[in-house]
Design a protein around this ligand. Structure first.
Ligand SMILES: Cc1cc2nc3c(=O)[nH]c(=O)nc-3n(C[C@H](O)[C@H](O)[C@H](O)COP(=O)(O)O)c2cc1C
Length: 174
């Protein structure tokens, strides 16, 4: 767990999240902020550490269908979408990485972030919001992109339960 003294921060939270429409229980629902941002905020408060957002240069559509269409294309083409903000984790040995499960794995902007940083000697703690697929194959993909990193136990969180995940998070971070 992080030290709550900002001068001695040992960890950070990095997250990717898309506000707008989601598809849940057979219907579309609007939410802003996105589920992962909600969970990442709870996590950074529990850890007492900073949270940094992975921001794509070209924002994703707010409509769910548009998000899925673009996400699938980026996945099939192994794209690394350009970022307008790419968190620099060089000061932090422990990185809590929060992302939604997209098509069974990490969203490609998360891969851009992983490729852009150096992971030797770092530990990644993955938190994945999802609507039923859990972590999917995201851990394997993180391992391939962040070569040299240790990967801690992952925490899957149901996206619709993100607002009430404090207990799960506290148990996870110990
Ligand atoms: C493009 C896209 C693909 C998704 N693929 C999956 C999936 O394969 N499995 C799953 O359980 N949930 C899937 N979801 C649901 C999201 O993982 C879930 O709603 C998540 O909490 C969204 O996080 P966010 O609001 O922070 O963006 C997908 C959502 C989107 C937009």
């Amino acid at each position: 767990m992080c030290n709550s003294d900002p001068a001695q921060e040992l960890c950070c939270v990095v997250f990717f999240s898309v506000p707008g429409e989601t598809y849940v229980n057979g219907r579309y629902e609007e939410r802003d902020p996105g589920n992962t941002k909600v969970a990442a905020t709870i996590l950074s408060e529990a850890l007492g550490c900073p949270a940094m957002e992975i921001v794509p240069k070209d924002p994703y559509p707010r409509k769910y269908r548009g998000q899925v269409e673009r996400a699938k294309k980026e996945w099939v083409e192994s794209k690394r979408p350009a970022l307008s903000f790419c968190p620099d984790i060089s000061d932090y040995p422990d990185v809590y990485l929060c992302y939604p499960n997209w098509c069974g794995t990490i969203p490609m902007p998360v891969a851009t972030f992983l490729d852009a940083n150096i992971w030797e000697g770092k530990t990644i703690h993955p938190l994945c919001t999802n609507e039923g697929s859990g972590m999917g194959t995201s851990i394997e993909m993180i391992g391939r992109c962040a070569s040299g990193a240790l990967i801690g136990a992952g925490l899957p969180i149901r996206g619709t339960d993100a607002g009430s995940c404090q207990g799960l998070i506290e148990k996870w971070i110990g």
